[in-house]
Design a protein around this ligand. Structure first.
Ligand code: HEC
Ligand code: HEC
Length: 273
C-alpha cells in the first residue's frame, strides 16, 4: 500500500507540475495510472520507492528533481540529445522502479561494469549515453554535463540505502524460453491487443503513448531492437492496462511483427556507445 501511495503522490506531483508550470513547452509526459498490475510476472517486491519529500532542498535536490523530469519527459527536457519521441520511462516504466522492466534501482553499485556490446568496461554515464544514441536515437550528452549529472543524481536517489527499506530485486528483464516467432500471428495479436493504443501504424500518441516503429521510435541499434528482448519486455508489461495476458509465444509473435516494420538507423559514428 505504501509503495502505491508514494507513487501516487510522486506522479500526482509530476502531473500538477506538468499542468501548472509547463504549458507552452509543448508535449508533456503525463504518466497514466497503472495499478494494480495483475499477471503472473507482476510480482511486486517489498521494496519501497523513496519518499519524494526526502529530496533535499538546494542544488543536489534541484539536480534530482531535474533528473525526474528528464527521465519522464526526455524529449521535452533534453531535446538537443533526443532524436525521437521516447522518454526513458517509456521503457524503464514507472520512472525506472518496476522489477524486471529494466529498473534503475541499485545500478550505481553495479557500475562500472563490462559491456559486451561496447567491448570494454563502461561507467553508468557511458551506459546512459548508450541509451541516448540508440534507444533515444539521439546524441550522447556530455559525461559531466547538467543533464547527465541530473539523471545520475536521480538514479542515486532511487538507490539510496535506508534501514527500513527492503532490498530491491528485479534487475533487467524477465526470462522467457527461446521460442520460434510467427510474425503473421503477431500481426493478429497486434491488431487485437496493441493497435488501440500504439495505433495501426505504430506511431502511438506521444508523449502519452510511445511509438513502436517509424521515425519517432528507437533505432536499430537499441537493446529492445531484438525479438527476444522485446518479447521479455512486452510479456511482463504490455498491454499496459492488463499486463501478463499474453503467452510467451504471443509476446514473441507480436515482437517479430513489430520487427518487420521500418525504424531509424543507428549512427555508426556512435559505435563506441
Ligand atoms: C526504447 C526503450 C528504451 C529507452 C527509451 C531507454 N532505454 Fe535504457 N535500456 C533499455 C533496455 C531494453 C535496456 C537493457 C538492455 C539490455 O539488457 O541489453 C536498457 C538499459 C539501460 C541501463 C542499464 C540497466 C542495467 O540494468 O544495467 C541504463 C542505466 C539505462 N538503460 C538508462 C536509460 C536512460 C537514462 C534513458 C533515457 C535517456 C533510457 N535508458 C532510455 C531500453 C530503453
Ligand atoms: C492501454 C494502452 C496500451 C496498450 C493496449 C499497449 N501499450 Fe505498449 N505502451 C503503452 C504505454 C503508455 C507505454 C509507455 C510505458 C508505460 O508508461 O507503461 C508503452 C510502451 C511500450 C513499449 C516500449 C516503448 C516503445 O515505444 O518502444 C513497447 C515495445 C510496447 N509498449 C509494446 C506493446 C505491445 C506489443 C502491445 C500489445 C501486446 C502494447 N504495447 C499494448 C500503452 C499501451
Amino acid at each position: 500500500m505504501k509503495l502505491r501511495s508514494h507513487l501516487a503522490f510522486w506522479f500526482s506531483l509530476a502531473v500538477i507540475y506538468a499542468l501548472a508550470v509547463l504549458p507552452g513547452l509543448g508535449s508533456i509526459h503525463i504518466p497514466l495510472p497503472k495499478f494494480p498490475r495483475p499477471g503472473k510476472h507482476a510480482t511486486w517486491s517489498a521494496w519501497q520507492a523513496p519518499n519524494p519529500n526526502t529530496i533535499p532542498a538546494g542544488p543536489t535536490g534541484d539536480s534530482i528533481r531535474y533528473g525526474i523530469q528528464l527521465f519522464n519527459s526526455t524529449p521535452v527536457y533534453a531535446p538537443q540529445y533526443t532524436g525521437n519521441k521516447l522518454a526513458c520511462s517509456d521503457c524503464h516504466i514507472e520512472g525506472g522502479i518496476v522489477p524486471y522492466a529494466s529498473p534503475m534501482v541499485g545500478l550505481p553499485a553495479l557500475f562500472p561494469m563490462y559491456s559486451k556490446r561496447a567491448g570494454h568496461v563502461v561507467s553508468i554515464e557511458e551506459r546512459i549515453q548508450e541509451c541516448f544514441t540508440r534507444s533515444e536515437n539521439g546524441t550522447p550528452p556530455p559525461e559531466k554535463g547538467g543533464e547527465m549529472n541530473a539523471l545520475v543524481a536521480y538514479i542515486q536517489w532511487l538507490s539510496q540505502p535506508e534501514p527500513a527499506r527492503q532490498p530491491f530485486t528485479g534487475r533487467g528483464l524477465i526470462d522467457l524460453p527461446a521460442l520460434q516467432p510467427n510474425p503473421k500471428h503477431g500481426a493478429r495479436v497486434y491488431a487485437e491487443q496493441c493497435a488501440n493504443c500504439h495505433g495501426k501504424e505504430g506511431s502511438g500518441h506521444p508523449p502519452l503513448i510511445p511509438p513502436l516503429w517509424g521515425p519517432d521510435s528507437f533505432n536499430d541499434g537499441a537493446g529492445i531492437n531484438d525479438i527476444s528482448k522485446m518479447a521479455r519486455f512486452v510479456q511482463h508489461t504490455m498491454p499496459q492496462t492488463c499486463p501478463g495476458i499474453l503467452s510467451p509465444q504471443a509476446a514473441y509473435d507480436v515482437s517479430a511483427y513489430i520487427h518487420t516494420k521500418p525504424r531509424p538507423k543507428f549512427n555508426p559514428a556512435y559505435k563506441k556507445y
